[in-house]
Design a protein around this ligand. Structure first.
Ligand code: NAD
Ligand code: 0WE
Length: 265
């Protein structure tokens, strides 16, 4: 019997079969969870409906997190199908493309900064507020996806760095806000993965190579590995863990200089 048997999970951020949300959905399904998926817009709707069929998911619902009404509608729609919710996964980030190229100070704008923070960080709190009411049973879990660009500058990550720093602080404040309800809130900081959100990023391939030469495991991570960690964090096996950021990054964050760069590998 899987360790998520009997749990109901709402998973956002599915855009393709490379999405981290796809890896998470697959792992949670395998461990016995019942799934509901969301899609950002009508363009993604047929694709996500197809994924829902493949996963035996109960339902696929639309939700653009830029719109409060859509977040509220999502909660209303889900509550007509399920009388409770155990797991909420936030796997959403966005900054206008022009923000993600060149030096931060040359690229950042007032509007781009606001959008990046609103979609990539605030939306986690907005979803948490809307769904905590459905997480009445105790043992609820919320999870978001972050990146080490929150703590250290990375070429071209730019305004997403401050937005992820905000998201990680959000994890800690949300954990405090819902802890008394028995709900845990955590983040996974994933290593770089070639998803739609990573496509068209200048120099991504070179950064991947640097990554592989630096991480102790000598490779990148997969959406399956992130999915397994997500399933664990959202399960009762992680009942003592909240307000935490767990690195699923082949060890990259633990390294100062790897032996490779001193010809000692
Ligand atoms: P992805 O492109 O597959 O997923 C991003 C999702 O965000 C898409 O499904 C998109 O529809 C959704 N989204 C964007 N704006 C939205 C909005 N207004 N309303 C609703 N949904 C919206 O890419 P991914 O890499 O799977 O990204 C998922 C999460 O993982 C993001 O938070 C990302 O920052 C994080 N992450 C990615 C990597 C990586 O290298 N790919 C590494 C660490 C963390
Ligand atoms: O969080 C991310 C990417 C987030 C993202 C990606 C896009 C591309 C399309 C946010 N907004 C947009 N807007 C778009 O129009 N990652 C962790 C992946 C990523 O992005 C990078 C990285 C890595 C890793 C950008 C520069 C450097 C490294």
């Amino acid at each position: 019997m899987g360790f998520l048997t009997g749990k109901r999970a709402l998973i956002t951020g599915l855009a393709s079969n490379r999405s981290i949300a796809w890896g998470i959905a697959g792992a949670m399904k395998r461990e016995g969870a019942e799934l509901a998926l969301t899609y950002q817009n009508e363009k993604l709707k047929p694709r996500v409906e197809q994924f829902a069929t493949e996963l035996g998911a109960t339902v696929a619902l639309g939700c653009d997190v830029a719109d409060d009404d859509q977040i509220e509608q999502l909660a209303t729609d889900l509550s007509t199908r399920w009388d409770g919710l155990d797991i909420l996964v936030h796997s959403i980030a966005y900054a206008p493309r022009e923000e993600l190229d060149g030096l931060y100070l040359d690229a950042v704008t007032r509007d781009g900064f606001a959008i990046a923070h609103e979609i990539s960080s605030y939306s986690f709190a907005a979803l948490a507020r809307e769904f905590r009411g459905m997480m009445q049973d105790g043992n609820g879990a919320m999870l978001t996806l972050t990146y080490i660009g929150s703590l250290r500058s990375m070429p071209g990550y730019n305004v997403m760095g401050p937005a992820k720093a905000s998201l990680e602080a959000n994890v800690r404040y949300l954990a405090q806000s819902v802890g008394s309800q028995g709900i845990r809130v955590n983040g996974i900081s994933a290593g770089p993965i070639r998803t739609l959100a990573a496509s068209g990023i200048r120099g991504f391939k070179k950064m991947m190579t640097f990554y592989e030469h630096t991480a102790p495991l000598g490779r990148g991570v997969t959406i399956e590995e992130v999915g397994n960690a997500a399933a664990f964090l959202c399960s009762d096996l992680a009942s003592g863990i909240t307000g935490e950021i767990l690195y699923v990054d082949a060890g990259f964050q633990s390294v100062g200089i790897s032996p490779y760069f001193a010809n000692q590998d």
